[in-house]
Design a protein around this ligand. Structure first.
Ligand code: ADP
Ligand code: ASP
Ligand code: MG
Length: 416
């Protein structure tokens, strides 16, 4: 007997029948004697619909109002699940982010959880109730509603699991677990039994939306046992856990991609100290997160700078670049949203050589041009034209033998 946090994503609560299915799953956990905190997402497509509605008025809606709007999808599903549980005889109570005591900073749209007070959840559990929490949201110090970024219900769940010292945090989604790459893009992708926090962190931050990056950061920091499973079957899922010694057997554990970025190039800016500072300070003051950056070697006192931001932040980043254009004498601003980032990840890269060469060779062999490259100890990522996404991921998956029965990761996951 212990405390379990379960999170159900959008497809798992897509309609009333699926909410009923979730209620049954939750009740089974309760029958086993566990206390349960359930975190729910909005119904699949709901948040997108709300985004679209706001964008009917403006590309840059007021962030406070936008967050209040977006948080509403999760309020609906949490209340519906509590009602569903009550009707099958399980006392339950739903909580908004505010009622759950999830306090965040004021970075609307990408707020970070500062602390969780959680009194009402504690009270509900003490009274033998199932606590159903609306994911993806909190409130800031001014009591304004904040949201945690797309996919943020994962983070609500892991943060609650950490705050309540839960024995396990289960993330229920529409795939059986974490795969070597997105199984919806590459059917040959294979499910992993285990993956290290660091690899999962890289995969998530590089675009594998099966878990929100911040949720993995929390899990690693607070050592939360995280299990990714499907809400549609009883398959065992993938455990996200501490690195184990045999995980280095394989150079590449998985491949991620991100279609959600845009590339901005500022051509002909002065090649002198302070210019990059001015640009990236302005972006950071506007809470725009910059991913990759490259600057070419200056020529005739001028340089070009290229960086990537999320497609969501593109209008804001473009606006800031336009505002700075005059002050800096920028010759031209180019925006390319038809790009994609493809990345290979593995803790084994620390000890294997030739991994980058193999990646570049594989892309070159099928005629794919690499526009930007970035590396860290356990990942290599490339920006390429969006039209090559599927080809690139499939070829890399093959080249690193992630699809094979006898693949090196079999050694690492001997149970399969
Ligand atoms: P939820 O709505 O349950 O939060 P998401 O759509 O956010 O679900 O995340 C699940 C999706 O993540 C899968 O349907 C799959 O397409 C995608 N995905 C991307 N990379 C991976 C991966 N390596 N393993 C599993 N799923 C992945
Ligand atoms: N509903 C939010 C989204 O679609 C949060 C989540 O599902 O985790 O991004
Ligand atoms: Mg998600």
């Amino acid at each position: 007997m212990g405390l379990i946090v379960q999170k159900y994503g959008g497809t798992s609560v897509r309609d009333i029948e699926r909410i009923r299915n979730v209620a049954r799953r939750v009740s089974r956990m309760r029958e086993q004697g566990h206390d349960v905190i359930v975190v729910v997402s909005a119904m699949a497509g709901e948040t997108d619909k709300l985004v679209k509605w706001a964008k009917e008025f403006t590309e840059l809606p007021d962030k406070r109002e936008y967050d209040l709007l977006l948080s509403s999808g999760e309020r609906n599903t949490s209340a519906l699940l509590a009602i569903a549980l009550q009707t099958i005889g399980y006392p339950a109570q739903s909580f908004t982010g505010r009622q759950a005591g999830i306090i965040t900073d004021s970075a609307h749209g990408k707020a970070r959880i500062a602390r969780i007070t959680g009194e009402r959840i504690r009270d509900a559990l003490t009274q033998g109730k199932i606590a159903v929490v609306a994911g993806f949201q909190g409130i800031d110090e001014k009591s304004d509603v904040s949201t945690l970024g797309r996919g943020g219900s994962d983070t609500s769940a892991v943060a609650l699991a950490a705050a309540f010292h839960a024995d396990l945090c289960e993330i229920y989604t529409d795939v059986d677990g974490v795969y070597t790459t997105d199984p919806n893009l590459v059917p040959e992708a294979r499910k992993l039994d285990k993956i290290s926090y660091d690899e999962m962190l890289e995969l998530a931050s590089l675009g594998a939306k099966v878990l929100q990056t911040r949720s993995v950061e929390f899990a690693k920091k607070y050592n939360v046992s995280l299990m990714v499973r499907s809400s549609f079957n009883e398959n065992p899922g993938t455990l996200v856990t501490k690195e184990e010694s045999d995980m280095e057997n394989v150079a590449v554990a998985g491949i991620a991609y991100n279609k959600g970025e845009a590339k901005i190039s500022i051509i002909g800016i002065p090649d002198r100290p302070g210019v990059a500072k001015r640009i990236f300070r302005a972006l950071s003051d506007a809470n725009v997160v910059v991913d990759m950056i490259i600057q070419n070697i200056g020529k005739d006192g001028l340089a070009d700078l290229t960086f990537t931001v999320s497609k969501e932040d593109r209008p804001m980043a473009e606006k800031i670049m336009q505002e700075l254009k005059k002050e800096m004498g920028t010759r031209e601003i180019r925006v390319d949203a038809e790009i994609v980032k493809v990345a290979i990840v593995g803790v084994g890269m620390r000890s294997h050589t030739g991994v980058a060469a193999k990646m570049f060779e594989t892309l070159a062999d099928v005629g794919i041009n690499i526009q930007m490259i970035s590396t860290s100890e356990i990942k290599i990522s490339c920006i390429i034209a969006a039209k090559y996404l599927e080809l690139a991921v499939r070829e890399l998956h093959k080249a690193f033998e992630l699809d094979k029965e006898q693949a090196r990761h079999e050694k690492r996951y001997p149970s399969r």
